[in-house]
Design a binder for this molecule. Structure first.
Ligand SMILES: [Zn+2]
Ligand SMILES: [Zn+2]
Length: 134
C-alpha cells in the first residue's frame, strides 16, 4: 500500500510502500513517555520502503527495556514523532508513526506488545461518555 505523511508543521514529509497487515500497538513505558499517551501505533517496515523529503528529522537514541537501542526520528521544529529505526543488525528495522500517516484511517492494528505496562483502563474506553467534537 502506498502512503504519504508529514509532521504537524509540514516541514518533514515522506512517502512509503507498506504492508497494511504490519500495524502494531506498543504499550511500553518508553512509548508512553515519548508520546505522552498510553500507547503508540506504528507501521513496521524496512528502511528502503520510506522516502523522506523536506527537512531531515532529528534523532534521539536510547536502549529499551529489551536492551536494544531504538532511534526516534522526529521533526526538529514541531517535535512530531515520525519514524523509529534500529542500530547494528537491526538498522533496517524501521517503523512509521501511525498519527503522521495521511491514510491512517485505513490502517488498523493487528497486534499489541508490552501489554504488561498497558494502562489499566485501556479496555474501558467504549463505556465513557463521548461526543463527536469537543
Ligand atoms: Zn514539523
Ligand atoms: Zn514501545
Amino acid at each position: 500500500m502506498h502512503i504519504d505523511g508529514q509532521c504537524h508543521c509540514g516541514r518533514v514529509t515522506y512517502q512509503a510502500e507498506i504492508d497494511p497487515e504490519r500495524v502494531s500497538i506498543c504499550h511500553c513505558t518508553d512509548c508512553q513517555t515519548l508520546t505522552g499517551s498510553p500507547y503508540r501505533v506504528t507501521v513496521i517496515c524496512s528502511g528502503e520502503q520510506i522516502r523522506i523529503a523536506g527537512k531531515p528529522p532529528k534523532t534521539y537514541a536510547k536502549a529499551g527495556d529489551n536492551g536494544r537501542t531504538r532511534v526516534q526520528h522526529f521533526c526538529p521544529d514541531c517535535g512530531s514523532p515520525l519514524f523509529t529505526s534500529g542500530e547494528g543488525d537491526a538498522s533496517n528495522d524501521w517503523g512509521i508513526r501511525w498519527g503522521s500517516i495521511r491514510q491512517h484511517d485505513r490502517l488498523k492494528p493487528r497486534r499489541q506488545i508490552w501489554c504488561r505496562s498497558a494502562a489499566p483502563w485501556i479496555n474501558d474506553l467504549a463505556e465513557l461518555p463521548g461526543q463527536p467534537t469537543e
